[in-house]
Design a protein around this ligand. Structure first.
Ligand SMILES: C[S@@+](CC[C@H](N)C(=O)[O-])C[C@H]1O[C@@H](n2cnc3c(N)ncnc32)[C@H](O)[C@@H]1O
Length: 457
């Protein structure tokens, strides 16, 4: 097999991340599109010893599992890769992927419980980021990235993941930007002004925040735009401008200005209120976040007298939920704004037995271990909820040194869960049970709650 070969293949499965898997002459071929059961004609784009990559050329015979893609942007957008599979089939694929990742990457065979499907398969996202990009005539285009590109954006007409109001805000902003000649930022030239529009419409509280990120505030009609988007619905509580003049292509701002409202919005999860700001993390599917957190609490099996350490705590969601059920809870988080919100959230909910430490988890654990930092907790339970990259091996080792009886790992990446699970295993922690959740229907993402128990001794 060599690059540019044209092959006819049959898709057997979907890999973590959403690529289709076929086999050809004993080699695994990953294809950018396709669902199990499809017969495809593909062009080979890369060949390695044990696998190859290929691009779809023609769908020769569609799989019986296919359903019509619900989104008109399916051919351009990189987001909902699984939307041509029926929802029950998407869930079966994800559940299978979790078991296989644990087995193949981590050599682990815990009980994998049935995947918990999302109650809503559309309009479930409470936050979405949209990008500005200059169009062919220099006009501002506002939408999502074309599949596989970082520097091409298509104008969004609709999106089935956020709320209807979020889409209306994008359309209104797109229209306003063109009318007022906003200059879209071009990441290749590092030129232009408006960069991202972040819309956070919280599902359970029905509060919406709109955050425009730009290199400067030289934006025509800015205040009028803010009033216009706020006028779309009483749910819009905050319109803010964030400044990000750096080259980094991330929707994060260094400085913020409130254009309208109070600047923050609040979600209600499992009876607690969580205030969120533009830069702080909050699970983007509120209803499934409640299910995920309930499972994490159940996996913890608390009696009420424990000390809980919550690493990667964000705005303190899990820390506060655990504090309600334990003697005390300590959250560790690296984003200063999130830590400030977490402390405010503790006060807001009248929770006095939670404290928060600002800093990078690995460094904080090292400082506690070497006594360079006072007030090290002695946790009975450690909860970790890291980003997709998972845990640094030193973090796994430090957690094990604390000798908690149990570790609850909330994961958004089965591959790194499997890798870290293997490391925990080598340090005396057995992965007993994993429960997968679908928080992001139509996309390849999978969340899991995993329970590790320390072997006696
Ligand atoms: C997946 S979120 C989980 C947040 C929280 N548990 C929740 O459910 O809302 C991961 C969090 O880890 C934080 N984070 C990322 N890297 C970190 C690090 N090295 N040390 C501490 N926190 C980190 C991020 O800012 C983010 O808030």
């Amino acid at each position: 097999m060599k690059v540019s070969d044209l092959l006819k293949v049959h898709v057997d499965d979907v890999a973590l991340g959403g690529k289709a898997i076929a086999r050809h002459e004993g080699r695994v071929v990953f294809i950018d599109q396709g669902v199990p059961g499809d017969d495809l004609e593909v062009t080979v784009t890369r060949v390695k010893r044990s696998f190859a990559e290929a691009r779809l050329e023609r769908l020769e015979r569609p799989s019986p599992l296919r359903v019509p893609a619900p989104c008109p942007h399916v051919d351009r957008c990189g987001g909902c890769r699984l939307q041509s599979l029926s929802y029950p089939e998407q869930c079966r694929v994800k559940e299978r992927q979790v078991g296989e990742a644990l087995r193949h990457i981590g050599g682990l065979t815990p009980e994998v419980r049935p995947l918990r499907p999302a109650p809503e398969v559309f309009h479930y996202r409470n936050k979405m980021e949209f990008s500005f990009h200059p169009g062919e005539r220099g006009e501002p285009v506002l939408g999502l990235h074309e599949r596989g590109t970082f520097d091409r954006v298509f104008a969004l007409e609709t999106c089935l993941l956020p709320s209807q109001l979020s889409v209306e805000i994008v359309r209104a902003t797109q229209h306003f930007a063109r009318e007022h000649g906003w200059r879209a930022y071009d990441p290749r030239l590092h030129r232009g002004v408006v960069r991202f529009l972040v819309v956070r419409h919280l599902t359970l509280s029905d509060q919406c925040a709109v955050h425009l990120i730009a290199t400067s505030d030289e934006i025509g009609g800015l205040e009028t735009w803010a009033r216009e988007v706020a006028g779309l619905s009483p749910a819009v509580r905050a319109v803010t401008l964030g400044l990000n003049p750096s080259r980094a292509g991330v929707a994060v701002s260094e400085e913020e200005r409130v254009l309208l409202g109070e600047g923050t919005v609040t979600e209600r999860l499992l009876g607690l209120e969580f205030e969120v700001s533009a830069n702080a993390f909050l699970q983007t599917n509120s209803r499934q976040a409640e299910a995920l957190y309930t499972a994490a609490l159940e996996a913890a099996r608390l009696r009420g007298d424990e000390c809980v350490l919550d690493l990667y705590c964000g705005t303190g969601t899990l820390t506060l939920l655990f504090a309600r059920a334990a003697r005390e809870a300590v959250g560790v988080e690296s984003v200063p704004d999130a830590v400030e919100r977490a402390r405010r959230n503790a006060r807001r909910n009248g929770i006095g037995n939670a404290r928060f430490v600002e800093g990078e988890a690995r460094r904080i654990l090292r400082e506690w271990a070497t006594k360079a930092r006072p007030e090290a907790p002695t946790p009975d339970l450690v909860v970790v909820d890291p980003p997709r990259a998972g845990l640094h091996p030193r973090v796994v080792a430090r957690v094990a040194e604390l000798r908690p009886g149990r570790v609850v790992y909330v994961s958004c990446n089965p591959a790194t869960l499997a890798r870290d699970g293997h490391d925990f295993g080598a340090l005396g922690y057995t992965l007993v049970e994993v429960e997968p959740f679908d928080l992001f229907p139509h996309t390849p993402h999978i969340e899991c709650v995993a329970r590790f128990e320390r072997a006696i001794g």
